[in-house]
Design a protein around this ligand. Structure first.
Ligand code: ATP
Ligand code: MG
Length: 364
């Protein structure tokens, strides 16, 4: 059987720096566990613009469509701020998401015990926290028509966005959430505002339909999104998988993420429809951006990118045990007190470099 294929798009800023540490880990899996990937690399964002004049070349897009998973670093940077909107680095990423039709965005909020002090909440509220937010990514109010700023009838203007969801759009992201729940703790909470929004009523009905017809074994609850925000901060451990729409998911996933500490720790996955092998189309990337303020200085925390690779092991390569092995290594290194600068509290200490953090995780 052919090795699973992985396309690496390191991108700009700290992207290539954190990706170098993931490559060490991929090397470790080949050497120590005889798990080999067909790794190819290509350009995205400003790096692609510099060579091709576009932030994502057609050949790169075709490659992304053909592999089992894409792992992306980060795109953008001050050098590219002056570019026309159509060729901005971020457009490369948007093209990938759109053409791969990645409709389910998975954002874990996981608290490593060694970092529980780092949270904005009390350590006992976040210690051991492990939840996953599934945000619908390709529809809803960010895309619905009509949209625009128009003249109104009183000589002023009116700004319009339309929250719009179809049965199929809701059902497919609900399926992603239920599939995920079956691999975790069999529990999903769906969030909308069915009390004030028609799209919310449909959301609730369709999620319930998918549950009743396809996933009756998973425990499903519904919550209004405003209450959800409150509950996330009050007692986040009541949740396991949360599924919600594009707008609420945008807000709730940022909120949940910050329960656990640094941007340098947060992975993500964006999943689409199942491919011939049964696994979803997928792109994995750290939540953080290209961090131009620290790029090229060996300061970046590679853990977000490393944990994104762990998600790829779990969701694209069916190597859940190996993903757990990697997450354990990260946990051990943190418990040993190894810290990049972003994980240092006010009391200070000596931070390790990006490469030293990667080496420590490989050693663990
Ligand atoms: P984007 O628009 O691409 O999301 P941004 O400006 O919102 O970018 P980042 O590029 O993620 O955000 O940077 C935000 C801050 O977090 C910066 O100060 C950056 O140095 C810091 N930061 C981001 N990622 C990391 C990381 N992996 N390790 C350490 N610090 C990081
Ligand atoms: Mg940002």
């Amino acid at each position: 059987m052919a090795n699973p294929s992985l396309l690496i798009l390191a991108g700009d800023g700290i992207g290539p720096e954190v990706m170098a540490e993931v490559k060490k880990i991929i090397g470790w899996y080949g050497e120590k566990r005889a798990i080999r990937f067909d790794v190819s690399e290509d350009l995205v964002g400003g790096a692609a613009y510099d060579v091709h004049g576009v932030p994502l070349a057609d050949e790169t897009m075709a490659r992304a469509q053909a592999v089992d998973a894409v792992l992306l670093g980060a795109v953008g940077g001050p050098n590219y701020d002056v570019l026309d909107f159509s060729v901005k680095p971020e457009r490369g990423l948007l093209r990938l998401r759109k053409e791969m039709d990645l409709y389910a965005n998975l954002r874990p909020a996981q608290c490593f015990d060694a970092l529980a002090d780092f949270s904005s909440l009390k350590p006992e509220i976040v210690a051991g926290l492990d939840i996953m937010i599934v945000r619908e990514l390709t529809s809803g109010v960010y895309f619905g028509e009509p949209r625009g700023i128009f003249p109104d009838n009183e000589g002023g203007r009116v700004g319009i966005n339309t929250q719009r969801y179809t049965t199929e759009e809701i059902r497919r992201v609900a399926r992603s959430a239920f599939e995920l729940a079956r691999r975790r703790n069999n529990k999903v909470c769906s969030m909308e505002k069915a009390n004030v929004m028609e799209s919310g009523i449909l959301w609730r009905e369709e999620v319930q339909w998918v549950h009743d017809n396809e996933y009756p074994d998973v425990a499903l609850s519904h919550m209004y999104a405003d209450n959800g925000a409150m509950q996330l901060v009050r007692w986040p451990k009541q949740f396991d998988v949360i599924v919600t729409d594009n707008l609420f998911g945008d807000v709730l996933s940022d909120c949940a993420a910050m329960l656990t500490g640094s941007l340098g720790m947060l992975p993500s996955a964006s999943l689409g429809a199942p491919m011939a092998n049964g696994r979803p189309k997928a792109l994995y990337e750290p939540v953080h951006g290209s961090a131009p303020d620290i790029a090229g200085q060996g300061k970046a925390n590679p853990i977000a990118c490393i944990l994104s690779f762990a998600m790829a092991l779990r969701y694209s390569f069916d190597l859940g045990d190996e993903a757990a092995r990697l997450e354990k290594a990260v946990e051990k290194v943190l418990a040993d007190g190894v810290r990049t600068a972003d994980l240092m509290g006010p009391e200070g200490g000596t931070p390790v470099t990006t490469a030293e953090m990667g080496d420590a995780i490989v050693a663990a």
